[in-house]
Write a protein that binds this ligand. Structure first.
Ligand SMILES: C[S@@+](CC[C@H](N)C(=O)[O-])C[C@H]1O[C@@H](n2cnc3c(N)ncnc32)[C@H](O)[C@@H]1O
Length: 255
């Protein structure tokens, strides 16, 4: 038999839980809306708050399921959802593997009625410890199909530095520019940013994996060196390091 005090405590807990639910529902509704896109600027503090409410996020199930086949941390996938929802310009992903981040970003594009994302991946096979693939492009297509998102991701099979791929990206963009660039490829971010910087929108958001990583030290050396030097010369502004060491920042342009 519960005491009167216990009943009150449990009722207030439910009430506060309801309030929490209401708060996060409204928060995500507004933050990821057209209003959020035009009135709120992306800040590190804003991103930290956005990530905290993940269990109450309307895309929680999508993010959680995609996380099962992504090499990125769930926190980073959550922020990618937001950055697609509020981004101005197109999304370019270099290095999809079997599509963990691709599914989240395509899902956000579908739900927020944004243009399809552009995703570049050479394919092949990989003997990864926990996420092996015999055919990366086939697994990517299957994962997009599983979530009914095939038409929300334009997959370009090839490498980021292939001139034909660069040309295809430019043709897809037309007069549009890239508002969000996610690079999780072979570690050569300097090469990739050099190739694609002319297609970036003013203030585009960069998401670079392996800024810090114990699993890929060979990539980290180059990525950290590029990011730190770019911050020092004012080319980018840092918006924090997330998850397992993914860096997010704003591109300010070459000064
Ligand atoms: C770490 S995985 C990407 C993981 C993915 N972000 C996720 O959410 O699981 C790196 C991928 O980059 C691809 N890749 C390597 N070099 C590339 C390049 N130059 N251009 C595009 N993709 C590349 C690899 O084939 C591999 O699938």
């Amino acid at each position: 038999m519960r005491t009167f005090k216990e009943l009150i405590a449990s009722a207030s807990w439910h009430l506060s839980d309801r309030r929490q639910q209401l708060y996060w529902s409204l928060y995500y509704l507004l933050t990821d809306s057209v209003l959020g896109r035009h009135w709120l600027s992306v800040t590190e503090a804003g991103l930290r708050h956005y990530a905290v409410g993940l269990p109450r996020h309307p895309g929680f199930e999508l993010i959680h399921r995609a996380n099962e086949f992504s090499m990125l941390h769930e926190e980073v996938l959550t922020l990618l959802y937001h950055l697609v929802a509020v981004g101005r310009g197109r999304v370019l992903e270099l290095g999809t593997y079997i599509g963990g981040a691709t599914v989240v970003m395509a899902g956000a594009a579908a739900r927020r009625r944004r243009s399809p994302i552009i995703a570049v991946e050479p394919g092949g096979r990989q003997q990864h410890d926990t996420l092996p693939s015999n055919d990366i492009l086939d697994d990517l297509a299957c994962n997009l199909d599983r979530f009914d998102l095939r038409q929300h991701a334009l997959v370009l099979p090839g490498k980021s530095a292939d001139p034909a791929i660069r040309q295809q990206v430019q043709e897809i963009l037309g007069k549009e520019r890239i508002g969000l660039l996610l690079i999780d490829a072979d570690g050569s971010v300097e090469r990739d940013i050099g190739l694609y910087r002319g297609l970036l929108a003013a203030g585009a958001i960069l998401v670079l994996d392996d800024y810090q990583s114990s699993g890929a030290p060979e990539k980290t050396v180059y990525i950290k060196a590029w990011v730190d030097a770019a911050i020092a010369r004012g080319e980018v502004e840092s918006l924090g390091v997330w998850g397992w060491g993914t860096w997010i920042g704003r591109y300010r342009g070459v000064t």
